[in-house]
Design a protein around this ligand. Structure first.
Ligand SMILES: Nc1c(NC[C@H](O)[C@H](O)[C@H](O)CO)[nH]c(=O)[nH]c1=O
Ligand SMILES: CC(=O)[C@@H](O)COP(=O)(O)O
Length: 165
């Protein structure tokens, strides 16, 4: 009897990546800086990467667009970029909390990495440091977190039994 076994279906890990960026326009000087740096780093460090950029008015609208991307597009990751400046009421904190929870839910529901850089800051100085500076740049951080998480997810799914994929 032959001990020949059919090879299991190869799961080719394509190095071609598609990443969606969902960014709010509110506080656009800061959010535009986040988008610019994030896309630059994705292009420089991500290899063969296609970026789908989507804009929404404010941070509160980011999760619905991220969920739509997760449901309807074949992306390897979604990056959420926004800047919430604390005002004199609780409004900013409420938005930030709801965005955080919604992004986590989308990531875990669709098993797609969602990178959360919807920043909640106390003032413009903190916003500038994080969006325009070199030391704390959250746009750069977002791009690198997306690329690293894509690699990790690929390793995890590669080592999973094919029936569970
Ligand atoms: N104050 C900020 C907002 N506010 C707008 C909301 O996000 C939202 O668009 C509005 O409540 C309509 O649903 N958005 C930010 O991104 N940053 C802010 O500082
Ligand atoms: C997050 C906001 O919409 C914020 O600008 C609201 O400001 P305020 O708390 O002063 O009403």
């Amino acid at each position: 009897m032959s001990d020949f076994q059919l090879p299991i279906r190869p799961r080719t890990i394509s190095k071609r990546r598609r990443i969606a960026v969902v960014a709010s326009r509110f506080n656009s000087a800061f959010t535009d800086a986040l988008v610019e740096t994030c896309c630059k780093v994705l292009t420089e460090e991500g290899g063969d990467v296609t970026i789908d950029l989507h804009h929404v008015p404010g941070a509160f609208e980011i999760p619905v667009a991220v969920e739509a991307v997760a449901r309807h597009s074949q992306v390897d990751a979604v990056i959420a970029l926004g800047v919430i400046l604390r005002g004199s009421t609780q409004h900013g904190d409420l938005i930030a909390e709801s965005v955080t929870n919604a992004l986590q839910t989308t990531a875990n529901t669709h098993l797609v990495p969602v990178i959360h850089e919807v920043l909640l800051v106390n003032n413009e100085e903190q916003a500038a440091e994080r969006t325009m500076g070199d030391k704390l740049n959250r746009g750069r951080e977002a791009a690198r977190a997306a690329l690293q998480t894509i690699e990790t997810m690929a390793k995890i799914t590669k080592s999973a039994p094919s029936a569970s994929l």
